[in-house]
Design a protein around this ligand. Sequence first.
Ligand SMILES: [Zn+2]
Length: 300
Amino acid sequence: MPCRSSKEFSSLAHMVHAFTIDVEDYHNVVARDWLGINRPPTRAVVENMNRFLGWLSERSVRATCFVLGEVAEVFPELIREIADRGHELGVHGYYHRQVFKLDRESFRKEVGDAKRLIERISGQKIRGHRAPAFSIMPNTAWALEVLAEEGFEYDSSIFPIKGKRYGWPGYPMDIQRIRLPNGLSIIEAPLSTVTLFGKRIPACGGGYVRHFPAIFSRWAMRRVGRERPAIAYFHPYEVETPSFEFDTSHLGRESERRAIRFHRMQQMNRASMKRKILGLIDEFEFAPLGGIIDHAMGDS
Ligand SMILES: [Zn+2]
């Protein structure tokens, strides 16, 4: 794997941004969250990740891959492939359970089991965590203490916005070390936002890249990059085409309507993602989040 770490951090005159991927399988997560069916991740996550890994290797870009424990359990060869190509591995929970659905001990098990498994498969020491659906918020801030106790050096789960499903309004936007009530500390790398018409909105990742025109995401990256590194994030399933239909006939009418609406939104603009992602890679400099954090904290 080509390694360009000296180039990655040689000059901040040229802002270097973080490229992150939350490695989860849509079929598995949707089945559990929307259909109430427990089934393991499918090979789609491997095939979609291989596309990402190919694009990144061709352009000598290294990323951070926050992996679900259950994906690592079913497809350990994918984890080894990510590590062999020089990417950083992190944890995205074990079963993609949002933090507010867990208590301290079940959250500790989710992240601890995933960390130990991914470390064992990859031989890499895991430093970072991203919560499913950015679910570290004011009422789940205790999760940061558990992460520090489990040996995580950094977290990248807080969206400093007032959102419907997630967000921590007013949270500082810079990477910084936080002192925790349990006497430990952790570094938080909040997700990127831009301010439009006086309102902070998410930018630089996921559905915000998929649904907005490419020119908006490029503007947002430049705007964020004037002050701090942007933290771009993607999901393997966002580049999955063609996609599939799923059976909702066992759901009640209202649940079925909501599931179908969610699924339609998730399918929209997937065909545009490859072009948008490659456009960002070609225009901006990217590196793994761990390295961006080291640079921001003055450790490199
Ligand atoms: Zn996720």
